[in-house]
Design a protein around this ligand. Structure first.
Ligand code: 1PR
Length: 597
């Protein structure tokens, strides 16, 4: 692979000309497809997507070149009743009749892999052949001339333009979440995505529309400026968002691709709405998971992290089964689901087969992003075999996680970071995972509790004047990080931890609050405001939701990008759709669950 300055990338004219020449042959195929009537989406009551197992509806080839979570793409295609054939070599690409080109992670590493395996020319030949092709996320970006990412890297050169980083004063990056599209042309591919509906994006780099690539652009999206959300030219299609993580709306896009309902129907059918457009605030359902005393993996929920019943023999509170609850929250409209293995800090995570199984099974039916946390750290097992945090994370990604979350280890890493005056050596769990899987896949979960002081000089950590004074009338508070599920406090604040994590390559902060956990009094706005003002990565407010209004309140009061709750959902007190209705009533941009399959 040639690393080159992005400003000097020469347009690979040969690849493009080859595509244009052979593209003529695709016209005949397309004409046949266009003759077919547009597919109507069936209306059905929300419920888990049926997994078609009996008889395959056809085969599609998936280029599995080791880029991130391809399991989700495979699961989505299988749920639609199609068989997936994974290939990773030139012959496999050449033999494909329909090819899906996924990708999550860094542009440079993806191009390195494609180059070292001799896949670059076979992909170009396939695209030029006129056979159906669908790129996803990085699979769209790699079609361009190159990217600023990884220091300036040459791409496949099929679409003119260079992919650049999101820029903007205070713009929260990565762009994570559900955003609206502005359709430039109508196409069968998107026939089941209503105008104004949202799809799930997660990326830090984007391609922008210009005069050289306008004939490719199917839809754009607005985030710190206009960027390309989807492209199509004949049988070659690609989207920056993730269909496999965009619920049934997203799966309908795969279905139209797989069934050949991709005819382009000309300009301007659906436009971006002028109200309720843009990136939605996310609502996340969180499942704290652990084994109960009988050894069963259960969803539990604590009050200020104490998960044992007060009125029975102190059993671990059992609020249901993880896979079932995840499926239920998906159909209620959760924008994401998080699993936290709350005893992971003391267990050996790679031997925790039940947790990996929970991920595998959930990812078969839950088509929104899945985050998993708990126990991601370097460790040595009882046989003296050592594992790195990266290996633990890899096992979770392989099992179906889209993001991993680190709690305790992040605190130790941050302490070391400040001890070394912010020097980075690339060896911490945070740096290694974000380097390998992309910053968007690396979440840090913070477990702080309020620490009151009379005067800010009493601590080295950032204090604020609080509207809720301490037990002895203290007017200042800092938010003390803890490790081991809140069991041990450390001399570092949530503010300091968040800043260190952003610098080390963390892509998102999950901000819990031990004082508010399970209390139902609302989120701690002082804590969420402090941290979300300190960083430009997304912050998820967590702990304390007791009613739908609390979500609207935290979104109005702070810059947080998402809000997470557990107890009210598990106990059935509030349905996620009620939260969304309240947010919509309060004019908070909200993603709607839509059943279109
Ligand atoms: O330290 O890397 O092994 O990660 C352990 C993970 O487990 C951390 O993310 C930590 O937050 C979590 N954890 C550890 N112990 C507990 C516990 O409850 N005893 N749960 C725990 C954290 C907090 C939230 C909860 C919200 C919303 N749970 O995730 O879901 O507070 O609750 P609410 O809506 O009912 O108020 P590592």
């Amino acid at each position: 692979m040639i690393a080159t300055s992005v400003t000097t990338l020469a347009p690979p004219l040969a690849a493009r000309a080859q595509f244009e020449r052979r593209g003529a042959r695709a016209l005949a195929r397309r004409a046949a497809v266009c003759a077919r009537p547009a597919r109507r989406s069936a209306i059905r009551a929300p419920g888990p997507i049926r997994v078609f197992a009996a008889e395959s509806r056809g085969e599609v080839t998936l280029l599995d070149y080791g880029a991130g979570n391809v399991r989700s793409v495979r699961n989505a295609i299988q749920a639609l009743g199609f068989t997936v054939k994974s290939v990773d070599d030139p012959a496999g690409i050449a033999a494909a009749d329909k090819l899906i080109f996924p990708g999550v992670g860094a542009y440079g590493s993806a191009m390195d892999v494609l180059t070292s395996r001799g896949l670059v020319d076979p992909i170009k030949d396939y695209v030029a052949s006129g056979k159906p092709f669908m790129g996803v996320c990085l699979g769209l970006q790699l079609l361009f001339d190159g990217s600023e990412e990884s220091g300036g890297v040459e791409g496949l050169g099929i679409i003119p333009g260079v992919v650049g980083k999101f820029r903007g004063d205070g713009l929260v990056v990565p762009h994570i979440g559900w955003n609206t599209l502005d359709f430039k042309r109508d196409t069968g591919l998107m026939a089941d995505v209503p105008a104004g509906d949202r799809l799930y994006f997660v990326h830090s780099y984007r391609a922008t529309p210009d005069a050289n690539n306008e004939d490719w652009v199917l839809a754009t999206c607005e985030y710190g400026g206009e960027f390309i959300a989807a492209v199509q030219k004949g049988e070659v299609m690609a989207c920056q968002f993730h269909p496999e993580k965009s619920g049934e709306k997203g799966l309908s896009i795969f279905r139209n691709f797989l069934e050949g309902n991709t005819e382009e129907r000309g300009a301007g059918a659906k436009t971006r709405p002028t109200v309720d457009a843009g990136l939605a605030k996310r609502v996340i359902a969180c499942l704290d998971v652990r084994s109960n005393d009988a050894g069963d993996l259960v969803v539990t929920k604590g009050d200020s992290y104490d998960v044992r019943e007060k009125d029975t023999a102190g059993d671990v509170r059992n609020l249901g089964k993880p896979v079932e609850l995840a499926g239920k929250y998906f159909t209620q409209g959760a924008d994401e689901v998080a699993f936290l293995n709350i005893t992971g800090y003391r267990d050996l995570p790679l031997t925790d087969a039940p947790m990996l199984e929970v991920l595998r099974r959930s990812s078969e039916t839950v088509f929104v992003p899945l985050t998993v946390g708990g126990g991601i750290r370097d460790f040595t097992d009882s046989n003296g075999v050592s594992y790195t945090a990266l290996e633990v994370a890899a096992a979770y990604f392989k099992a179906g996680a889209d993001k991993v979350s680190i709690g305790s280890d992040a605190v130790y890493v941050a302490e070391q970071y400040y001890a070394n005056d912010g020097a980075k050596d690339g060896r911490t769990s945070i740096e290694q995972i974000s380097e390998r899987y992309g910053v968007q896949a690396m979440v840090v979960s913070i477990d702080p509790r309020r620490a009151y002081v009379r005067d800010p000089s009493e601590t080295k950590n950032r204090c604020i004047k609080t509207s809720r004074p301490g037990p002895n009338g203290e007017e200042y508070v800092w938010f003390q990080c803890t490790v081991k599920g809140g069991r041990e406090g450390r001399d570092i604040g949530a503010y300091e931890l968040a800043i260190a994590m952003e610098d080390l390559g963390c892509g998102e902060i999950l901000l819990n609050c031990i004082d508010e956990d399970g209390q139902g009094n609302g989120f701690d706005h002082e804590l969420v405001g402090l941290v979300s003002d300190a960083v430009t990565i997304p912050v998820i407010a967590s702990s304390g939701a007791g009613e739908p209004k609390h979500f609207t309140d935290v979104f109005n009061a702070t810059k947080c990008s998402a809000a997470l709750a557990a107890g009210i959902f598990h106990r059935g007190e509030v349905d996620i759709s009620e939260v969304k209705d309240h947010m919509k009533g309060g004019k908070i941009p909200t993603n709607e669950f839509r059943s279109v399959l």
